[in-house]
Design a protein around this ligand. Structure first.
Ligand code: PEP
Length: 249
């Protein structure tokens, strides 16, 4: 059986209290995007608590990152437990911007995924090749290595989502071809099946991320083995995010 699609918005370092009406619009439209879909917005940690107060029903809130430890001397960091305390049910880990800006390795992402589980959160584990890796014909090799390194043992369909985000497609307006998205997602499903068995692998949601817009969402979301999307820029505008949710089959 196909897993319930997830349409997740990543607001990145955008959003202050004055943007909450945008989230309120998403929350009130969420009931009308069609049955059998889950929606998620990951606002900055600073407005997570206020955001959680507005989200209900099929719309959840999540964090954008977490520290691997539950607490301690880590100035400026936020733990998975702290996110859960504010009402988060998901957390993104291993986003390419974290990997690039903070030098996060597969081992770090793996530890963060385990921290998410420890706090009762679902980890959205991001992987994706750079443009140079793609041009060198290494996309699947890179994805295989990232999947092996960043997914801990103990994966369950309920605690893990994998987001395939080609680094070169994030925020650029460029997307892979539908054939390339299919090849990457088929490969991810097969790789998960080999490691965890078919039943578990078929239940893990595989999101596509990278320049998803209302105009291309229907085609991307219709691809076999694409179980939703991770959306950056277009999730900041309620109308665009809702249009993408409506385009999800
Ligand atoms: C992202 O940051 O995860 C992302 C997919 O961004 P965008 O949709 O803006 O490309």
């Amino acid at each position: 059986m196909k897993p319930t699609p997830l349409i997740a918005g990543n607001w990145k370092m955008n959003g202050q209290l004055r943007q909450l009406p945008e989230l309120e619009t998403i929350a009130s439209a969420a009931a009308d995007v069609g049955e059998g879909k889950e929606l998620l917005i990951c606002p900055p940690a600073t407005i997570l608590s206020a955001s959680a107060g507005l989200c209900h029903g099929k719309l959840a809130v999540g964090g954008q990152d977490c520290h691997a430890e539950a607490s301690g001397a880590h100035t400026g960091d936020v733990s998975a437990e702290m996110l859960a305390d504010l009402g988060a049910t998901y957390v993104i880990v291993g986003h390419s911007e974290r990997r690039a800006d903070h030098g996060e390795s597969e081992a770090t992402v793996n530890a963060k995924a385990k921290a998410a589980w420890r706090a009762g959160l679902t980890a959205i584990i991001c992987i994706g090749e750079t443009e140079a890796e793609r041009e060198a014909g290494k996309t699947l090799e890179i994805l295989g290595g990232q999947l092996a390194g960043s997914l801990p043992d103990g994966v369950q369909a309920a605690n893990t989502v994998v987001a395939y985000e080609p680094v070169w497609a994030i925020g650029t307006g460029r997307t892979p071809t539908i054939e390339d998205v299919k090849a990457a997602h088929d490969f991810l499903r097969e790789t998960l099946s080999k490691r965890f068995g078919d039943e578990l692998a078929n239940g893990i949601r595989l999101l596509y991320g990278g320049s998803v817009k209302p105009e291309n969402a229907a085609a991307l979301l219709a691809v076999e083995n694409v179980d939703g999307a991770l959306i950056g820029g277009a999730s900041l505008k309620a109308a665009d995010f809702i249009a993408i949710c409506q385009a999800c089959p």
